[in-house]
Design a binder for this molecule. Structure first.
Ligand code: P70
Length: 457
């Protein structure tokens, strides 16, 4: 496949450098073999996350200059409110400093200890924020999501039969709200179809359960619907977004992804009483409801970025850049989660390193090697991030897949960077059998991937 030409040109650059292999060895050792603890300066190509790492446009930067820094009722807030209403159709919303702040406030407002919150798959911070309130996040994605080779076009879909059975089992009164994550980040950046979204909304609503969308990568999901779902080829991504959010009672969103800003988030609800609680929580923890912990200029950057993230020329390039990287990596013999997702390629570390058991973290072994070999930073999405002791039996429950995610920052890297990543992986593939796992020397209880330390085995 050909690399898609970028629908933009570069007018500002940030130098990056590749330090020597010896310096990389010292750096990762000093970081306790956790790539989160590396200095960004010591990284050549940083694919840790696509969150807040995109390049803002000239129009976003100029919008920032018009930020209104009034404490309450700033013009910036009303410009953001106009964008939110146009795209999502919600009038009641608050800005938050990022996605997890929205999740925290939503969980504080709605989750009581022992209650369940189903989704296709919760991502790490959503999972942790529900647990932090004594709730239980439940993942009910279709079985195909667990098979990296399945080419299902909407592998992020929820299994509606499982959802109905689950509601029947625990009772709707023990489910304060239900969710879905678009695209499904924990399962490969895979989209959810409109048909599935409609079925999810119907199922929740039939039991009186409010439906909230985790909208971090909703625009990429909308473009997948346009490309893959019958009846949507001639609809604009904006029309598809409107249709998607009309199904929901609320949404939380990390704007650091599809709104292409370095910081920001949103929380919206149709329920007036819940909105009042949200505003009270927000004032306690984040800030006044018209700025929610952000500067006025951040709100303006978001108001512009929300539309740029929906632009179809940009989205076509974005999805094809990811698919290009996927194709180049596949050619090295390393299996990836198929088909390529919207924002990232997920390497199947479990398949590449079958000699390393879950408890010795094959994904971490590969992430460390990627840094040592090429100064590239990816992120383990496997047992470090998602293994949890079962609340009843105390036994460790491991996730199905041991992955390393290479997330692509928006509008930031070019074809030669993608080629370099694939070539580096090609070298690692040849000596995969010699890679060794690692063990914890320190691990916190929640969100342990961020600060854990390791020792190689
Ligand atoms: C990522 C980051 C954040 C996220 C998300 C979804 C579907 C909510 C949030 C929280 C987190 C991360 C992971 C590994 C390395 C660095 C960062 N996802 N919902 O990269 O949003 O970060 O703004 O609080 O994906 O996927 P926020």
């Amino acid at each position: 496949m050909n690399y898609p030409p970028e629908p933009f040109r570069i007018k500002m650059v940030e130098p990056i450098r590749l330090i020597s292999p010896e310096e990389r060895r010292k750096a990762i050792q000093a970081a306790g073999y956790n790539v989160f603890s590396l200095r960004a300066e010591d990284i050549f190509i940083d694919l840790l996350t696509d969150s807040g790492t995109g390049a803002m446009s000239d129009r976003q930067w100029s919008a920032m200059m018009q930020g209104d820094e009034s404490y309450a009722g700033a013009r910036s807030y009303f410009r953001l409110a106009e964008a939110v209403e146009k795209i999502f159709g919600f009038k009641q919303f608050v800005p938050t400093h990022q996605g997890r702040a929205a999740e925290n406030i939503l969980s504080a407002a709605l989750v009581k200890p022992g209650q369940y919150v189903p989704s296709n798959m919760h991502f790490d911070t959503t999972d942790a924020n529900i647990r932090a309130r004594g709730g239980r996040p439940i993942n009910l994605v279709i079985d195909e999501a667990g098979d990296p080779s399945s080419q299902h076009p909407f592998k992020g879909n929820m299994d509606i039969a499982k959802l109905k059975a689950f509601i029947g089992k625990v009772g709707a009164e023990n489910i304060p709200f239900g969710m879905v994550t678009v695209t499904n980040n924990a399962g490969g950046g895979q989209p959810v179809s409109m048909a599935n979204l409609k079925a999810i909304a119907e199922t929740y609503h039939a039991s009186g359960i409010p439906f909230y969308i985790d909208a971090a990568r909703y625009a990429e999901n909308c473009y997948f619907i346009k490309l893959r779902e019958k009846g949507y080829a001639d609809k604009s991504t904006l029309e598809i977004a409107r249709e998607m959010f009309a199904l929901a009672d609320g949404f939380c969103m990390s704007a650091k992804k599809d709104a292409i800003v370095n910081i920001g988030g949103l929380l919206a609800t149709k329920d007036e009483k819940v909105f009042q609680n949200i505003k009270n929580e927000l004032i306690l923890r984040e800030g006044f409801p018209t700025y929610g912990g952000l500067a006025g200029r951040d709100l303006d950057a978001m108001a512009v970025g929300l539309f740029e993230g929906l632009d179809e020329a940009y989205l076509a390039y974005r999805l094809n850049q990811t698919a290009y990287l996927g194709e180049r990596i596949r050619a090295t013999g390393i299996a990836i989660v198929e088909p390529p997702g919207g924002h990232a390629i997920y390497l199947d570390a479990g398949a590449l390193l079958p000699h390393i058991p879950h408890g010795e973290f094959p994904g971490q072994a590969l992430a460390v090697e990627l840094y040592l070999e090429g100064g590239i930073r990816g992120c383990e999405i496997g047992s470090i991030m998602f293994a949890h002791p079962d609340p009843e039996t105390g036994e460790m429950v491991y996730p199905q897949l041991e992955l390393v995610r290479l997330a692509i920052p928006r509008r930031t890297y070019t074809q030669s960077h993608m080629d370099y990543v694939a070539e580096t992986l090609g070298k690692i593939a040849k000596r995969a059998a010699s890679l060794r796992g690692c063990k914890f020397t320190y691990a916190p209880e929640l969100l342990r991937h961020f600060t854990a330390r390791f020792e190689p085995l």
